[in-house]
Structure formats: structure tokens, C-alpha cells
Design a protein around this ligand. Sequence first.
Ligand SMILES: [Zn+2]
Length: 122
Amino acid sequence: MQLGPEGALVAGGNAIRGTRVGAGPMGEAERGEAAPRHRVGYWCSQAHETRVAFAADAEIPELWDCPRCGLPAGQDAQSPPPAPRTEPYKTHLAYVRERRSDADGDALLEEALAKLRARRGA
Ligand SMILES: [Zn+2]
């Protein structure tokens, strides 16, 4: 009996194919990800964009609470819903950004840099 290296390779190849590498729970998970979904964008009045994936048969809400600042976000980026007077919550950063205009921010930055330069010069 003479079994050459080619014969051994064929036998090995058949064995590998028999195990169906790649099938199983992982393959099922990938099919689950491919299920039809609606991706909906929401924008709050502070221009935060939130993308929410809904199942194809899910009811898509008109408004969505912005996860970054808690303000209501709508599907129209150009006209987000106005912030209500009583807000669910507001982060410190959102509070600071709201109170401080861009000009104030630049002035504060200049002030900080001036102090830094003065400290270095001393
Ligand atoms: Zn927001």
C-alpha cells in the first residue's frame, strides 16, 4: 500500500469540511444582526445627534431624550424641539456651555493664557 502526501491531504481536507467551521451560535448571531432595522436620527436643541436603531416592527417615537444633555430631541435637525422650562436633568458641562457664549469662552481662554505667561515670566 502506497499512500502519498496528496492522499493524506485530501483526507485531511474532508475531515475539516465535515466539522463545518464557522457554523453554530456565532453564525446565528450574525444573522440576528442582519435583521431589518430602522436607524433614526434625533437632534436636540444643543445640536447633539443621537442615532437610535429600532426593530423593523417597532413604533418609532417622535421625540427621544438626548442621552448627552437630557433635552428632548426630534427627527428634524433643522428645527429641534425647544428645551422645556423644567428639564429632566442637566450635566454641569451642559450648564456651563449654556451660560457661556463663545466670546466669553475666548476671553476666559485669553485670561488663562495670560496668567500662564505671567507665571512663566516670573
Ligand atoms: Zn443634547
